[in-house]
Design a protein around this ligand. Structure first.
Ligand code: A5P
Length: 219
């Protein structure tokens, strides 16, 4: 309950970054679901909107907000998304909802990334939450072996297929001391589409919903 209140606080604080005619990227997850609900009265004010998942596209449509393909827009002004873990350096671990690849693409194409989380997501070191890695199906066993070599315990997310037709390995047991370097190493493994580490392109602004209000962490 408190977590939900704090998610709402963070989502509400993100509204102040939305200017008239803005080209907006919308992330995925329960915190973003709250944001989408809050966006409904602002629909007329928005410019083009790009969604990071089929789930968010449907929810946006439900509140009367039409989305366009990323390919039909230039860079986006702003991307707003949640995270499963965040550090004070604004490095993120994402993908609990399985939308990590599209999320990473939309984040890359956005001039500013505002991340909205409740305070339980703030961690000193990423890795307590299992790291999702999206994998081309035929490479699943190969990538799993590489994850073991990296010190993790990969578990296939059974029965889950991503919006891109791939599978996810959730990798437990990692203590990610250098997320920028580790993200680069994961990117080099053949068969890996994306990892849920968002460190090379982390958040520009982290809005942390707490019992005392919203804390803003930024450069
Ligand atoms: C979706 O794939 C994830 O990256 C979400 O952004 C992340 O799991 C945060 O979700 P919640 O807002 O539901 O915690």
């Amino acid at each position: 309950m408190t977590e939900d209140t704090n998610k709402r606080r963070a989502a509400t604080a993100a509204l102040s970054y939305i200017k008239d005619g803005i080209a907006l990227g919308v992330g995925t997850g329960s915190t973003v679901d709250i944001l989408i609900e809050l966006l409904q009265p602002l629909a007329a004010k928005l410019g083009q909107v790009v969604s990071s998942s089929e789930r968010s596209t449907r929810r946006l449509a439900d509140v009367g907000i039409r989305t366009v393909d990323l390919g039909s827009v230039g860079d986006l002004d702003l991307y707003i998304d949640g995270a499963d873990e965040a550090t004070k350096h604004r490095h993120l671990l994402k993908g609990g909802g399985g939308a990590l690849t599209r999320e990473k693409i939309v984040a890359a194409a956005s001039r500013r990334f505002v991340c909205i989380v409740d305070e339980t997501k703030l961690v000193p070191t990423l890795g307590r939450f299992p790291l999702p890695v999206e994998v081309i199906p035929m490479a699943q066993a190969y990538v799993a072996r590489q994850m073991v070599k990296a010190g993790g315990q990969p578990i296939w997310r059974e029965g889950f297929v991503t919006d891109n037709g791939n599978v996810i390995l959730d990798v437990r047991g990692l203590t990610i001391l250098n997320p920028v370097e580790f993200e680069g190493e994961l990117n080099q493994i053949t068969g890996v589409v994306t990892s849920g580490l968002f460190a090379r392109r982390g958040a520009d602004v982290l809005l942390l919903g707490t019992a005392d209000g919203v804390q803003t962490l930024k450069r």
